[in-house]
Every structure is written in C-alpha cells, then in structure tokens.
Design a protein around this ligand. Structure first.
Ligand SMILES: Cc1cc2nc3c(=O)[nH]c(=O)nc-3n(C[C@H](O)[C@H](O)[C@H](O)COP(=O)(O)OP(=O)(O)OC[C@H]3O[C@@H](n4cnc5c(N)ncnc54)[C@H](O)[C@@H]3O)c2cc1C
Length: 426
C-alpha cells in the first residue's frame, strides 16, 4: 500500500510526488509515493509549454503564487533535493495606450504588484530598445512594462530534472501504465486499476489534466476541464539580431508571446482566449464533456497548416523588423487545458476525502513547485506555504450543479443560447 498514488505524470503530478516524498523522507516516515502515467513523464501538455515564468497577473492570488513559485524555481534544491538551471532575462509587456495616452489598467496593475513586492514598472521606448535591440518594433501609441524577475525554463532541462528528482527522493515511477478505473468505498478512494495491476494507497492525487472528466466521471465526480487549441512556431534567428539573452515579449497588441531558445530560435505562441464566450465554445454544450485528453497526443492533431504558419509570420512581422528574413524552423499545434473560469482545480475533493486535485488553468507549468508543495502539505495536514493565498477559491466545490446551470447564462444570457433552446424543445 502506497502512502500516496499520484495519477498523471505531467509537471503538476511530478511536482506533487517529489514534494510529498521529500517531506516524508525528511519526517523519517518510511512510506512511498508512486506516480503513474499512461505514457511517459511530461509527454502531454508538459512537453509543449514555452517555459515562461511570469508573476504579474490581474488575479492577486495567482500573482502571489507565481512569485513564490519563481523563488522556488531558483532554489529547487530546498524542496526537491536537486537544482535546475533557469534563465532570468525578464519580460517586457506591450499594450496599446488609451486615448488619453495612458494605460490605466496596467498603471493600476503596477501599483498592485508593488504592494506584493513584484516589480512591474512602466519603461519608456528607449529602455525597451536598449533591452531588446533594434529588431523590436516600437510604437509611440504603445506602453511598455518591464518585469525583471521573469524566468525562462528550458522544457527539456525541466523534464530531465523531474526524472532526477523523482529518483533522488525515491518516488516509484510507473510509466506506460494506464489507470482504467478507480475503486472506492464510502467516502474514500482505495485502488487504481491499471493495465499493469492494481495499486492501493492511503491518498490519491488527480493530476491527469485534460483527461480528468473522462477518468473521474467513472466514480461520479464531474470535472469541468476541456482543451483549447493553440499553435506554436519557431524561427531560426541570428544572434546578431536576437541574442539568446532576449527578454520574453508579452505582446498584448498583437496577442502573441515570444521568447528565445538556445541555438537562437525565436519562439511564438498565442495566449489563451479570455472571453467567457470563447471559453464556452470549447466546452460545446456540456461542461463535463469527455472531449479533452485524447486529442492532445493524437499525431493527427500535431501539425500546422501552411496558412497557420503564415498567420504567425504576419503577427511576428508586426513586432520584429527582420522576421521575413529568418527561416521557419519548426511548429506544432497544441492545446491548453482550461476550466470555465480559467482557474485551477486544487485541493481536497468534495466527495472523497483522500482524493486531491491539481490541474487546470492552461498556464500551470510555472506554478508546479508551489502547487506540488501545497498539495503535499494538504495531504500531510501540515501548515501550508500556500496559506497566504486564497487556496479555497480554487476548490472543486465551486463547480456545483448551480455553477454548471448558470454557466451558459454568463455566456450570452441563457435565453439566447442554443443550449437553452435545446433544453426547452427536448
Ligand atoms: C503552447 C503552450 C505553451 C505553454 N506555455 C506555458 C508557459 O510558458 N508557462 C506555463 O506556466 N505554462 C505554459 N503552458 C501550460 C502548461 O504546459 C500546462 O499547464 C502544464 O504542462 C499542465 O501540466 P499537467 O501536469 O497538469 O498536465 P499534463 O502534462 O497534460 O499531464 C497529464 C498526464 O496525465 C497522464 N494521464 C492521462 N490519463 C491517464 C490515465 N488514465 N492513467 C495514467 N496517466 C494518465 C497523461 O499521459 C499526462 O502525462 C503552455 C501550454 C501550451 C500548450
């Protein structure tokens, strides 16, 4: 019997397993954590991320969590027992000014960030140019903000570090092992049934991300997570124009994030869509539709069409003066896992008291260390690092039947939706 069985070996599941085993070892508790993945570790969403760790966020709790996570990334040894290389080139945020020549929302955001000790300050065009060089196209009607603490992580280094940390702490890793069903008694999960046998534990963690609705509906838990498509393109660059030590560019004018990779490649992907209407389109008609996970790793879904690459080239050309002289290097289609309110699902389940969730939100890689710590502390019933944040607001409880019923109202006014009309006519 394991102390804890973590289902799902993406960066969130792995971070939880590592933090928990590290704490058990320190407490001299001779019990084991195991992590189960139906594929290999970090094969799904955790292999497609851009490695960007930024803290400024309209949601204060998300900012605090990201800022704490940034500190942990830089000192992983303290919680994982192994260290990892990160790169700190900062991030430049770009947005259009309002008619009054100001960007009020970001001025406010900057003030709020200051109160949280997160540096996010307006810089002028000259400073932006100094930080980026002449290839960055700057405009008088845009404002520029700088977040110097933003980090870049190399996904392949993160993946190797995860394997090293699991081994160093003695977590049992079961790859190519698919949890087919889950056994329960009263209000506890008891066993995972897999193609490689049954695994019992005192606690269980759901870290299967986009696969959650599919797996957990089997034990009556509705988890509203779906996926939103996103494309990624990398161009070959010259270090003479875009050096590797280039700040992350969060371009909210052209809706694109850019970062540099080693070997001088410029990487671009578009952000998640934020309007409730756009989010709802991904959920189709049912907040618990089982339409997520399998699309992620399906090869047919990976490649980009010519016009998608060209669209990105057009976007990038608006921000970089030399992009049409660079060479297309690689690109792929991927998916963000999203919840209806774009927030995590974290912590204890409302039905099964030994089941914990850690998933969702689409931008989770950067939070892995802090979320791993939080779930580990939750399981061990210890005082939480995460106590400073409003952890409860990320609970699965918020998606009760009422929420599900009201969601379509948020979209467009329920009366106007096909969903409602369908209900009335059926
Ligand atoms: C293009 C792109 C760019 C991104 N950039 C960033 C970024 O810059 N910064 C950032 O913070 N985030 C970023 N993200 C988001 C980030 O990649 C994800 O939020 C994160 O990887 C999610 O990790 P996860 O562990 O929850 O899920 P996943 O990595 O999807 O892991 C879930 C795992 O569960 C396993 N599984 C599923 N079903 C079963 C089963 N039945 N039995 C056993 N195992 C199972 C799967 O095989 C998979 O390995 C980006 C995402 C994309 C698509």
């Amino acid at each position: 019997m394991y102390h804890t069985v973590v289902i799902g070996g993406g960066c969130l599941g792995a971070a939880t397993a590592i933090s928990l085993q590290h704490k058990l070892n320190k407490l001299n508790i001779k019990e084991k954590v195991c992590i189960i993945d139906k594929s290999v570790l970090c094969a799904a969403e955790s292999s497609r991320h851009s490695g960007i760790v930024r803290s400024a966020n309209a949601d204060q709790d998300a900012s605090l969590m990201a800022s704490e996570s940034t500190k942990l990334w830089k000192n992983l040894e303290s919680i994982w027992g192994v260290d990892m290389e990160t790169e700190q080139f900062g991030a430049i945020w770009i947005a259009k000014k309002g008619q009054d020549g100001e960007n009020k929302a970001w001025k406010e955001l900057s003030k709020r960030m200051k109160s949280l000790n997160i540096e996010f300050n307006e810089i002028d065009h000259t400073k932006a140019s100094d930080l980026c060089g002449k290839s960055l196209i700057i405009n008088e009607d845009e404002s520029y903000y700088y977040e110097p603490a933003a980090l870049q992580i190399d996904p392949s280094i993160l993946r190797s570090t995860i394997y090293d940390a699991l081994e160093y702490n003695g977590v049992e890793v079961l790859e190519k092992t698919s949890v087919e069903s889950i056994l329960t008694n009263d209000n506890n999960v008891t066993t995972c049934v897999t193609n490689n046998g049954n695994f019992s534990g005192k606690n269980f963690v759901n870290a299967v991300g986009a696969w959650s609705p599919q797996l957990f509906l089997k034990i009556g838990i509705k988890i509203p997570v779906t996926i939103e498509p996103v494309s990624v393109v990398n161009w070959m660059e010259s270090p003479k124009q875009i050096k590797h030590e280039y700040p992350i560019i969060a371009d909210y004018v052209n809706l694109c994030y850019f970062r540099s990779w080693r070997g001088n490649k410029l990487h671009a992907h578009q952000p998640r869509k934020r309007s409730v209407y756009e989010i709802a389109k991904n959920f189709i008609n049912d907040l618990c539709a089982v339409n997520g996970g399998e699309y992620l790793n399906e090869p047919m879904n990976q490649s980009l069409a010519y016009n998608q690459i060209k669209t990105y080239e057009d976007i990038a050309r608006k921000r970089f003066s030399n992009i049409d002289n660079t060479v297309y290097s690689s690109g792929y289609r991927s998916f963000f896992d999203i919840t209806p309110d774009l927030r995590f699902i974290l912590g204890e389940d409302s039905k099964f008291s030994n089941l914990y969730h850690v998933l969702g939100s689409g931008q989770a890689m950067k939070y892995s260390p802090i979320l791993g710590e939080a779930i580990a502390e939750d399981i061990l019933k210890r005082p939480k690092n995460i106590n400073k944040f409003d952890y409860k607001k990320f609970s699965i409880n918020r998606f009760g039947d009422d929420y599900m019923d009201q969601f379509w109202n948020l979209v467009n006014g329920e009366e106007n939706t096909l969903h409602r009309q369908g209900k009335n006519t059926l």
